[in-house]
Design a protein around this ligand. Structure first.
Ligand code: ADP
Ligand code: ZN
Ligand code: ZN
Length: 649
């Protein structure tokens, strides 16, 4: 008779012992009976039962899913760290880290997988060369490539990766979700062929498992992927690359709410590996670490494909009719006459985002969420972007019956419609999650744009990041203010970063790139500094404000969100928890709230938040851990804990 200790993907932080006829190795996935159901779990121990379990009738395992383990004891330490740091159970941590597939796929992921295509890498510029030498001068350490858009950060990453592989050590190359379809993965596959494993969310579970095992066996020493690829199981990790470090998608939105940057730092220090991050717009936190010398900052200041940084012009929208200012129209036409291309960016899907009554002030909101519904003209529906609820549009006010109603604000659909009217001779396409619902559409549009069959590409985030098109002269930011009204201390940082990044798509291969930034707030610092590409000025100013308001990086935050159907119960729970924390923290952290979240209701759940702000992370983390383990929530109330939250909505 043998025994195994199993943890499950449930918010209960303990292991359960089961019996097995034959030995089951540590680190395999199993199915085991649990409260009348069969649950998938992970073997985290193979010891005989402890005393307190010896008296119970132990149940046998139901099934063993893997012949070979998926992780070892060292890897379990990382999982324990994740669970502890982010207040999840060990089982939840492992579920976030490991692939879910049951059977490896036989077909290779890429038909052309195999030998590397022989590409001759470009000769490095002197800045790139210095960067590579500096990073390779030590076996470990943290570096940051702070380089303008188009300064060749990718090539530095690739060279450092190559050198690390030659040392016989493994590489993890992280890219934000959005860029995955893009050019980086392409370049890696060309350069490293079958040595590269690709881990991303669009793989089937079986494909993920296959790629995982290739990494584990050392067959694919380089793993590229989005956030969760930071958990790739390299036998000897030597380097983690974190491209576009500032991206919000590196933070997980569900438990454990980890940040890939923090996990990468932890893994690199455990494995004595190098960490190389990069961006044209570092997060304020990363900039601060560079300033303090805790991360070695390396600057890249020149564009390498013959381009220059574009000229950025701010256009004040006050008094303009419609969404296209005269200046933007002129530049679009001018660009088109020269046979060159334009990208238009707007951070909002749909046609218009609010239905408003001018008589009584009624605004159409989601019945289940406290946010305005967005009008989608093609589907002819009012849609909630938080829960997916949709309803028929109306032409009179449901509250007072007035006909004086209208749609306000513009989304990408409306920009498209107006652009088609204004520029009938220009071939244009829209890229946003609605437009690319059908598989293959995204790839097709990008290909056509690259080949010059499309003159003007307009869309959301999808057109903003990572695209490198030689033909693009003009970038238009249709409305730069969309994020500035958010009640979030990172609003300015996000807006600044977005303007710089989107602008970076212009003029990558030509000296006369042009950007038009339309805004109702031309005086706002985020807009002004971005337009002047005044990087250090922006960060200095922003750091000053953060210091004054005691926000990160000058403090650490914990966010607790209580949610449930009954507002009274939820508020009560939050008030009670807040009072307890106040008592136990005894001044080691400020307890802010409870207050209703800025988005007070999502999908019928009322939301209240408490924010802890502190300078002493670990003691406060401990107090909170204690409190959470003792705190019993009433039925139907849930508590989300977010360590170092990136969103406070
Ligand atoms: P970033 O990631 O810094 O925005 P990229 O890595 O996309 O910049 O590089 C911008 C362009 O410069 C790409 O077209 C790339 O092929 C080119 N490039 C990079 N390094 C060199 C080099 N050493 N010589 C010539 N072109 C280069
Ligand atoms: Zn009305
Ligand atoms: Zn909703």
């Amino acid at each position: 008779m043998f025994w195994v200790q199993v943890v499950f993907n449930i918010p209960v932080d303990r292991a359960f012992t089961y019996t097995v006829e034959e030995e089951v190795p540590f680190g395999t996935r199993v199915v085991a009976p649990f409260h009348g159901r069969n649950l998938n779990g992970y073997v985290v121990g193979t010891e005989p039962p402890k005393e307190e379990e010896a008296s119970i009738q132990l149940k046998p395992l139901h099934r063993v899913l893997d012949k070979e383990p998926l992780f070892d004891r060292e890897y379990l330490m990382l999982a324990r760290w994740i669970a502890d740091r982010y207040y999840s159970s060990l089982g939840e941590a492992l579920a976030a880290m490991l692939p879910g597939g049951k059977k490896e796929t036989e077909v290779p992921l890429f038909e052309d997988a195999g030998e590397e295509v022989s590409v001759t890498p470009p000769a490095l510029s002197s800045e790139q060369d210095l960067a590579v030498k500096e990073i390779l001068s030590r076996e470990e350490g943290m570096y940051y490539l702070f380089g303008i858009t188009g300064s060749g950060k990718t090539e530095v990453f690739l060279r450092v990766a190559e050198a690390t592989l030659q040392e016989g050590r493994g590489v993890i190359y992280l890219v934000p979700e959005i860029a995955l379809t893009g050019q980086v993965v392409q370049a890696i596959r060309e350069r490293f062929g079958s040595k590269a494993a690709v881990l991303h969310s669009r793989l089937t579970p079986g494909q993920r498992l296959t790629e995982w095992r290739r990494v584990l066996r050392g067959e694919a020493p380089l793993a590229v992927g989005a956030r969760s690829a930071v958990f790739a199981p390299h036998p000897r990790l030597g380097l983690i690359i974190l491209d576009e470090e500032h991206e919000g998608s590196y933070k997980s939105g569900s438990s454990p709410r980890y940040h890939a940057r923090q996990v990468a730092m932890k893994r690199c220090s455990l494995s004595k590996a190098r960490l190389v991050m990069g961006s044209a717009t570092p997060s304020v936190e990363a900039y601060y670490l560079m300033q303090k010398g805790e991360i070695r900052g390396i600057r890249l200041t020149r564009r390498l494909s013959g381009g220059k940084l574009p000229d950025i012009e701010i256009v004040d929208l006050k008094g303009t009719e419609g969404v296209f200012s005269r200046r933007l129209q002129e530049e679009i036409l001018h660009t088109h006459r020269e046979g060159r291309q334009t990208i238009l960016f707007l951070n909002r899907r749909g046609f218009s985002y609010s239905f408003h009554c001018n008589t009584c002030g009624y605004e159409m909101k989601c019945r289940r969420c406290s946010v305005s519904l967005t009008f989608h003209k093609q589907k002819n529906r009012m849609v909630c972007h938080y829960c997916g609820f949709s309803t028929r549009p109306m032409d009179l006010c449901p509250s007072c019956g007035s006909l004086d109603v209208g749609y306000y604000g513009s989304g990408t659909e409306k920009i498209e419609e107006e652009a088609r009217k204004l520029f009938p001779e220009i071939k244009l396409a829209r890229l946003d999650t609605d437009a690319v619902e059908r598989k293959g559409t995204l790839e097709r549009i990008l290909k056509e744009f690259r080949e010059g069959k499309i003159d003007l590409l307009l869309g959301t985030q999808m057109v903003a990041k990572g695209l490198n098109f030689p033909g693009v002269r003009l970038v238009g930011i249709v409305l730069a203010d969309t994020g500035l009204h958010m009640p979030d201390f990172r609003a300015a940082e996000r807006t600044f970063s977005l303007i710089v990044q989107v602008s970076g798509r212009a003029g990558r291969f030509a000296p006369d790139g042009k950007v038009i930034v339309q805004t109702y707030m031309p005086e706002h610092e985020a807009v002004k500094y971005a337009a002047r590409m005044a990087m250090d000025e922006f960060y200095t100013k922003e750091l000053g404000q953060r210091a004054e308001l005691r926000f990160p990086p000058f403090s650490r935050l914990f966010r607790l969100v209580c949610r449930g159907r009954s507002e009274d119960v939820v508020r009560g729970v939050a008030e009670d928890l807040s009072a307890k924390l106040e008592r136990e923290l005894r001044g080691r952290a400020e307890v802010l709230g409870p207050a209703e979240c800025p988005i007070g209701v999502i999908a019928g759940n009322h939301r209240y938040q408490i924010i802890l702000r502190t300078k002493t992370f670990l003691p406060v983390h401990g107090v909170l851990k204690n409190q959470l383990s003792r705190n019993k929530l009433p039925r139907g109330v849930y508590l989300e804990v977010d360590v170092d939250p990136v969103s406070l909505l």
